[in-house]
Design a protein around this ligand. Structure first.
Ligand code: HEM
Length: 285
């Protein structure tokens, strides 16, 4: 879809009509995301949803799940509550050469591909790149056995330029810096710990790389990186992961998620929905 062709009134009216037919919430008026992840937009009609799901089911395989989920965080993570800008707006496509986004070109290409697969379907013109990023991340969680996240809405506006740099937290951060950085985006300590559980998939050594479970938290308690004779010691987790159990507030939540995978799944799904609405400008009716 061409960026310039977005936000057309006719398309939005079609979207509203489709949502009304589907018995979904009426089209909401635009609102800046006052709370970091205040959800707006509309739940799409069954036909639009089917078209999105079809594209994402083809593209977001288990192997592609980690890069896809990471893309969501790196797009949304530029949000600043204080500055009132950044967020999940597909600006990641202008930021792929930033060092913190190394490896994410692969993830962005999937979104472009999904967008072109919507051409000629009932979803054409109604689903932004930012919507696809949000939906693709949810698909990544589901395909690796994590919680079903939904219902997600559509109607996120795409940014026309890069978000300000310097907003992603360093992987060398201690817990205080992580808590501060997530707080600046409107996420509390519990949400920081839940969202960090995304590292259960991917290459950082927390259990099976394509199984979304609570292995991240059992590993954070076991701390294999401290075992001198463990050949995997250097390969499990980032310094920022290692820092979490050193903070008493985080530790309590890690213990809870390590012993109750269901609590992690529920909290992750709720925090993900807020991440998927972070800083979003919902397109106007
Ligand atoms: C808390 C602060 C975070 C930091 C400092 C951080 C940093 C990183 C880094 C440096 C990597 C690359 C590791 C490597 O392969 O060398 C990574 C991977 C990953 N991150 Fe994060 N991350 C954070 C939070 C998150 C959040 C909130 C999510 C999603 C909700 C996320 C999702 C992922 C995923 C899925 C991977 C694996 C990607 C792959 O293997 O292709 N991260 N993260």
């Amino acid at each position: 879809m061409a960026d310039g062709g977005y936000g057309r009134r006719a398309a939005l009216l079609r979207l509203a009509a489709a949502a009304a037919v589907a018995g979904a919430a009426p089209l909401l008026l635009p609102r800046a995301a006052a709370a970091a992840g205040a959800e707006g937009g509309v739940v799409p009609s069954a036909e639009v949803k089917a078209a999105i799901d079809k594209a994402l089911e083809k593209l977001i395989t288990k192997a592609k799940a980690p890069v896809t989920l990471r893309l969501v965080y790196h797009d949304a993570g530029t949000f600043s509550k204080a500055a009132g800008d950044g967020g999940l707006n597909a600006s990641i496509r202008f930021e792929l050469d930033r060092p913190e986004n190394f490896g994410l070109k692969r993830g962005w290409r999937l979104i472009e591909e999904a967008s072109s697969m919507l051409k000629g379907t009932p979803a054409e013109g109604l689903v932004s790149y930012a919507d696809l990023i949000a939906w693709a991340g949810a698909r990544a969680v589901a395909v690796t056995g994590g919680p079903r996240i939904g219902p997600l809405t559509v109607g996120r506006a795409d940014a026309a330029a890069a978000d300000p740099p310097g907003r992603m937290v360093s992987e060398k951060s201690d817990a205080a810096a992580l808590i501060r950085n997530f707080g600046e985006k409107g996420f509390d300590v519990r949400e920081l710990v839940a969202l960090s559980g995304a590292h259960t998939i991917g290459g950082k050594g927390f259990g099976d790389p394509v199984t979304f479970d609570n292995a991240y938290y059992t590993a954070l308690l076991a701390k294999p990186w401290l075992e001198p004779n463990n050949p995997m010691a250097d390969h499990v987790g980032l310094p920022s992961d290692h820092a979490l159990p050193e903070d008493p507030r985080c530790l309590q939540i890690i213990q809870e998620y390590a012993s109750d995978g269901g609590a992690f799944a529920r909290d992750f799904a709720a925090a993900y929905k807020r991440l998927a609405a972070t800083g979003v400008t919902w397109r106007e009716a």
